[in-house]
Design a protein around this ligand. Structure first.
Ligand SMILES: [Zn+2]
Length: 200
């Protein structure tokens, strides 16, 4: 297939986007060239600016363009609680529940020896430094309920236990409004294992 060299380069570059294969890349390239050059230019500018200026919060590793993120720099957060998550999107998801007022630590992934991702890549040293220096009383491990997420939570819990700080793991189980017969066996087993006493 031979488009002009520049169009070919555009199509190839678009393929760095997740779930964009050759056909989608071609469709997007032609859409922008034929119908929305203005939108495409605006996209290219903000893309460049964001990719250059967005860095990580020096305290919690959340993505932001200031030295400290919104949460770490707020004086309205409970500094005795630290919630550990895998990704920046997890922070936003927890914030949207409106039920958590503490601080965060974003691992930017999970332990994955096969991919060569170890504690150093997840900023564990920095996490332990924070636990030494800040008045944190409880660490909430909110990594994903996957094999890797559980292993990561287990590893971090082991490191924290020696420091006399309470660690908790978010509960996983039956979704509210869900029906048992449609829930997969693993989730149901987890929900059973994590059952709590009913308050009278
Ligand atoms: Zn932060």
């Amino acid at each position: 297939m031979s488009f002009s060299p520049l169009i070919n380069r555009l199509i190839n570059a678009l393929r760095c986007l997740p779930s964009v294969g050759p056909r989608s890349a071609q469709r997007i390239a032609f859409y922008l060239l034929e119908r929305d050059r203005e939108g495409g230019l605006a996209l290219s500018e903000i893309l460049k600016q964001a990719l250059t200026d967005v860095k990580q919060c020096s305290s919690c590793r959340m993505l932001c363009e200031t030295p400290l993120c919104l949460w770490c720099s707020s004086d309205r957060r409970d500094r005795t609680h630290l919630c550990i998550v895998e990704t920046p999107a997890d922070v936003i998801a927890i914030e949207q529940t409106g039920g958590y007022r503490g601080l965060y630590f974003v691992l930017m992934g999970h332990l994955s020896p096969l991919d060569g991702i170890g504690p150093n890549d997840l900023g564990i040293d920095h996490l332990l430094e924070r636990l030494e220096q800040e008045p944190i009383k409880e660490v909430i491990l909110a990594t994903n309920p996957t094999v890797e997420g559980e292993a990561t939570a287990h590893y971090i819990a082991g490191l924290i236990k020696q420091r006399g700080i309470t660690t908790s793991r978010i509960a996983h189980g039956v979704p509210l409004g869900g029906e048992l017969e449609f829930i997969d066996g693993n989730t149901l087993a987890k929900a059973f294992a994590g059952r709590v006493p009913l308050e009278a």
